[in-house]
Design a protein. Structure first.
Length: 525
């Protein structure tokens, strides 16, 4: 039997039931995203306490309670976006190229969307405003601004990052781009440096299928692992060695060359000989494309492809360990896998995926201005750079100035941002600016690294402040485990007016322990 109550009464009941503070906002969030059913008419929202109790007893509900117990009751579960599917958080052009350390687009949308709802009480930006991201990364803030009808400026010390963001944001002639993609794919299809590669891979795949079906029979094998009936490491090492002679015999049969002759660059070390030759051939074709925007998006497709074709195991794609030139036991797929000997399959897949995502985004983005500036946010003259790129946007910018900032500064000592795309810098010939990164991994997390990091963020904010409206809003997404941001606010002539602590549910790292980050809201003192 249902027991319908108001949002306020439901929050009081949940507070007693969980012995934890549950606000009306939290209940509204559950209704908003269908965690509990909405009842009531004429604008009054009611919920069924039985429905609410079932939610808190479910896995998702228990996770929320458990995380709050470990991370604190100030955890804002509305910002977990746990109702979203993976395809939602990588929608349209957001998935054009991998990038470590980016936030999901819905987080940006939550703060810059000009519409309000019953669990978000305030909108900070409106249609026609200008928003700034001084740590552009792969361009998430710019792309979401375009979706929301807000002008945007992004700055990044990495030229490659600016290229990623611009490729996502640009307008394209879809028919022309489709023809250019076909030309690129045809060039690879007719390129055959070693015509034995295809025969070799066909026979290798057949041998792998036979071997894996016998020794790693899918669900049965995983069931035994989960029941502790097999020692995965011991068994996999034994079978890895058992298959290796089959692989070596096929290499000899087809005279397959694995390593390149040189070891001078990233591209020399991390790619099979045939893969490298295919990369060079495709890139040569791309460079013949006369239209600049088309040439860049084709190069981005190739960059995305070669990232997936590096000679490494499937589980080490994000953090390279050492080149993998032989067959190996894959801890991700629970079977014997092989390195890639050709980029053909990946290039085809990513080329048409890119075209589809660009078309999808073109249908929803608004006709607003955007600018991606390659430079140091501590020093760059934003007015001058934007005016040089887009005089019309430059006039708007000077007239109304920037309404605020939404960005995720680097975290102290976690990522080397240039190194994660070393393959792209080698391929495209961009100058690396590692020394201008703020808080890179290679500088560590010691006292000096923290001091340097904090000063770097302060310098960025003080420079960007010159281009902001008086009543600006600055949002910084940070994992402030060293409590640096109160000092950063002080030295930037700003004050922290609010902070939103959000759970981070879908992390790429293997560490799955409860983890949170804070969105700091700064305003002028």
């Amino acid at each position: 039997m249902s027991e319908l109550v108001s949002i306020k009464k439901a929050s009081e009941w949940a507070t007693d039931y969980l012995e934890k503070d549950v606000s009306p906002t939290n209940i509204s969030y559950l209704v908003q995203y269908g965690k509990v059913r909405k009842h009531g008419e004429n604008g009054s929202t009611l919920v069924d306490l039985n429905d609410l109790k079932s939610y808190y007893q479910s896995w998702k509900g228990q996770r929320e309670v458990s995380w709050k117990q470990q991370l604190g009751n100030d955890l804002n579960w509305a910002l977990s976006f746990d109702h979203l599917r993976e395809k939602d958080t990588t929608k349209h052009v957001h998935r054009l190229h991998p990038y470590k350390g980016k936030y999901i687009p819905q987080l940006v949308e939550y703060f810059i969307d000009s519409h309000t709802d019953d669990f978000k009480k305030q909108a900070y930006f409106k249609t026609g405003d200008i928003i700034l991201d001084p740590f552009l990364g792969s361009g998430t803030t710019i792309i979401q601004s375009m979706e929301m009808g807000i002008h945007s400026v992004g700055i990044d010390v990495s030229e490659f990052n600016c290229m990623i963001a611009s490729c996502k944001a640009n307008n394209y002639d879809h028919d022309y781009l489709q023809k250019a993609i076909k030309k690129m794919l045809d060039a690879l299809a007719t390129f055959e440096h070693d015509n034995k590669i295809q025969e070799f891979e066909t026979e290798l795949l057949a041998e792998l299928a036979k071997f894996n079906n016998e020794h790693f029979p899918g669900a049965d094998f995983k069931y035994k692992l989960n029941r502790g009936q097999l020692n995965e490491k011991t068994f996999s090492t034994e079978k890895e060695k058992e298959f290796l002679p089959i692989y070596q015999k096929l290499l000899k049969k087809y005279s397959i060359k694995l390593k390149q002759d040189k070891k001078d660059s990233f591209l020399d070390v991390w790619f099979m000989d045939n893969v490298r030759r295919e990369i060079d051939h495709v890139f040569k074709t791309i460079k013949q494309e006369k239209d600049v925007k088309t040439r860049k998006i084709l190069a981005l497709i190739l960059s995305r492809t070669i990232r997936s074709c590096r000679a490494t195991t499937h589980s080490d794609l994000a953090t390279l360990k050492e080149p993998q030139l032989t067959t190996y036991y894959c801890f991700k797929h629970k079977k014997i896998c092989k390195p890639l000997f050709s980029i053909k399959t990946m290039l085809n897949r990513y080329a048409y995926d890119t075209l589809s995502r660009i078309k999808e985004f073109s249908r929803i983005k608004k006709p607003v201005h955007h600018s991606a500036i390659a430079g140091d946010s501590r020093l760059v003259d934003i007015f001058e750079k934007v005016e040089r790129q887009n005089p019309d946007f430059g006039k708007i910018l000077k007239k109304q100035k920037i309404a605020g900032i939404f960005c995720s500064p680097p975290y102290v000592g976690q990522i080397d941002y240039h190194e994660q795309h070393a393959y792209a810098y080698d391929l495209l010939g961009f100058k690396r600016n590692d020394e201008f990164e703020i808080g890179p991994l290679y500088k560590g997390q010691g006292q000096e690294a923290r001091r340097s990091y904090a000063q770097g963020i302060v310098d960025v904010l003080n420079n960007c402040k010159k281009y902001l409206k008086d009543d600006y809003d600055v949002f910084l997404v940070a994992n402030d485990k060293y409590n640096l941001y109160p000092e950063i606010a002080e030295k930037s002539g700003m004050k922290i007016v609010n902070q939103f602590k959000r759970p981070v549910l879908n992390r790429t790292e293997r560490d799955r322990n409860p983890y949170s980050e804070i969105i700091f809201h700064f305003k002028s003192k």
